[in-house]
Design a protein around this ligand. Structure first.
Ligand SMILES: [Zn+2]
Length: 156
């Protein structure tokens, strides 16, 4: 079983009809399709022990996009976020109490939202390791810069 990231479902899934291939620069990769929607999936590396590191242009774009209206992040202070950019602003402006409401020893709502709704497991992991507002804000801001570079968008 090999996990990949489905751009359409915006989630990690076990790939179906997997096939080992070699990328142009000679690295092993696995090709397959999403078992739910049939979208083509692609993942660098072979075997299930390898961490998924595929971040194509399309994936980067989908992670930067607005989430569906029913999946927005509702902050304790009433603020609503629908994408990473808004998360950066919110992290910058929210009070320490609000941050601590969402982030504690056994809970990290930002990390969970980024993983479950946006689907960016790398940023989710980065947020999990951020125990302060500024660390979390930097993790998201840095990630946006990196993702925009993948997409080829000019950074403001
Ligand atoms: Zn899918």
């Amino acid at each position: 079983m090999t996990q990949g990231y489905c751009v359409k479902c915006r989630t990690k899934r076990e790939m179906k009809n997997t096939k080992s291939v070699t990328t142009k620069n000679g690295r092993p990769a696995t090709k397959g399709v999403c078992p739910v929607c049939g979208t083509k999936m692609y993942r660098i590396g072979k075997g299930e022990d390898r961490v998924i590191r595929v971040t194509t242009k399309a994936v980067s774009k989908s992670w930067l996009a607005d989430v569906p209206a029913d999946k927005v992040f509702r902050c304790q202070d009433g603020r609503v976020m629908k994408n990473m950019e808004e998360l950066v602003v919110a992290l910058r402006e929210m009070s320490g109490d609000t941050f601590r409401y969402h982030v504690s020893a056994d809970r990290n709502d930002f990390s969970k939202w980024v993983e479950d709704v946006i689907g960016d497991y790398e940023l989710s992991a980065g947020l999990k390791n951020s125990s302060t507002r500024s660390q979390a804000g930097k993790a998201v801001a840095d990630r946006i810069v990196w993702l925009k570079r993948q997409v080829g968008t000019t950074i403001r």
